[in-house]
Write a protein that binds this ligand. Structure first.
Ligand code: FES
Length: 123
């Protein structure tokens, strides 16, 4: 059975190497501990024409990456960068490519783009 799609943003909100769009996803059951929140921060960016989405959580320490709201790319627009200590991630895969992420990449989320709209694939 196909999963559900959730509208995230219009395609033209995502410029290659430019600001991302933040959104939230439900935490998986193993992360719903105690009375804490059940939503996790996530984001979508465009890189080399394609959209990619990840949990907004660094592989070094689980903090959000953006140094300013929605700013995920380094100054050259080539890598995703963590604002806290500068870990670098491949925008296409979320793989750690440098810095303190020590091989721990980002958690990818499935997204698709159709008819000028970006959707998150859930379930
Ligand atoms: S918290 Fe991201 S590099 Fe340290």
């Amino acid at each position: 059975m196909a999963g559900r799609e959730r509208l995230i943003c219009a395609s033209d909100e995502l410029v290659d190497g430019g600001p991302g769009v933040r959104f939230e996803v439900d935490a998986p059951p193993e992360e719903k501990v105690g009375s804490g929140g059940t939503a996790l921060a996530a984001f979508v960016v465009r890189h080399q024409g394609r959209v990619h989405a990840y949990l907004n959580r660094c592989g070094h320490i689980p903090v959000e990456l953006d140094w300013q709201h929605g700013q995920f790319f380094d100054s050259a627009g080539l890598y995703l960068i963590c604002a806290t200590h500068g870990a670098l991630y491949d925008p296409a895969s979320g793989r750690c490519v440098g810095g303190r992420c020590n091989g721990r990449g980002l958690t990818a989320l499935e997204v698709t783009e159709r008819a000028g709209t970006v959707y998150l694939l859930e379930g």
